[in-house]
Design a protein around this ligand. Structure first.
Ligand code: ARG
Length: 263
């Protein structure tokens, strides 16, 4: 696949939603900075529309970006959101390179061992994207097929459970857009990923694909992550979250990206 095709696809995948975060250029000197409030670095894998995307001008936009900014504003936190590859993202909390992660991260027991999560801010579930003419009707049907996932995601986990860790039928990609591009190219028969992202893909490619759900997929919730033990920061984030849920800010952002709230 050519670089251009890749670029074009990622652009198409991210282009559908419009809000923009201008990176705030800091004009203060390092000394001034340390005397004023510390800017917290937030990591996100911004190749996950409609949650986080990088625009052509390198600014970031999406549901998570707006939620994070709104939470930070309420909690009095100064933040800079930095595009950070998914692989290695979790390690960046421990190394101190990132203070906070928001990246459509599903809270699960495994991850709770190495980082702390905020209260849930979004409900999700896995979905399957297949070509229109595919005979697949349920998750089990993927057993005989090539399946694309983003490495280390919950989509990867469910497919790994079905096909086995070392199955050569699982194609693991660094980013979900790459997996979806491979579906377009016909290199995989299906992609399993979070509903928000699969639905967004389908909205941009309605003619050639269909989306399937499966009762075996359990409900997931997203959380904002901080370094294990950083309760002070976590409390501030939770307080910001509950404030934006209480005053309608959360609902406004939700509606902008997903339409009327179902629950
Ligand atoms: N919710 C899934 C997980 O936590 C996928 C998240 C991928 N996020 C991203 N920005 N690429 O495993």
């Amino acid at each position: 696949m050519t670089r251009l095709a890749l670029l074009l696809t990622s652009f198409l995948l991210v282009a559908s939603f419009g809000c923009t975060q201008k990176k705030e250029e800091s004009t203060s000197s390092p000394a001034e900075k340390s005397s004023s409030k510390k800017e917290l670095i937030v990591g996100t894998d911004a190749a996950y529309a409609p949650f986080e995307s990088e625009n052509a001008d390198k600014t970031l936009s999406g549901f998570d970006i707006e939620i994070m900014q709104a939470v930070a504003a309420k909690a009095g936190l100064q933040i800079q959101i930095v595009n950070t590859p998914w692989e290695g993202l979790f390690n960046q909390l421990n190394s101190g390179d990132r203070d906070i992660l928001i990246s459509a991260i599903t809270i699960n027991e495994e991850r709770k061992k190495s980082m702390d999560f905020s209260d849930p801010y979004f409900e999700a579930v896995q979905l399957i994207a297949v070509p229109n003419k595919s005979t697949v009707t349920k998750f089990e049907d993927l057993k005989k097929l090539k399946v694309g996932v983003q490495i280390g995601t919950t989509g990867d986990s469910v497919v790994t459970q079905l096909l086995g860790r070392d199955s050569s039928s699982i194609k693991r990609f660094e980013g979900t857009p790459l997996a979806l591009q491979e579906l377009i190219n016909g290199g995989v028969d299906a992609v399993v990923a979070d509903n928000g992202v699969i639905n967004n893909f389908f909205a941009n490619n309605p003619k050639n694909f269909k989306v399937l759900s499966d009762t075996s997929f359990s409900k997931e919730v997203y959380g904002i992550a901080v370094k294990k033990g950083n309760t002070e920061l976590l409390q501030k984030i939770n307080s910001g979250l509950s404030q934006i849920k209480a005053d309608g800010t959360y609902d406004n952002i939700y509606r902008k990206y997903f339409g009327e709230k179902k629950n």
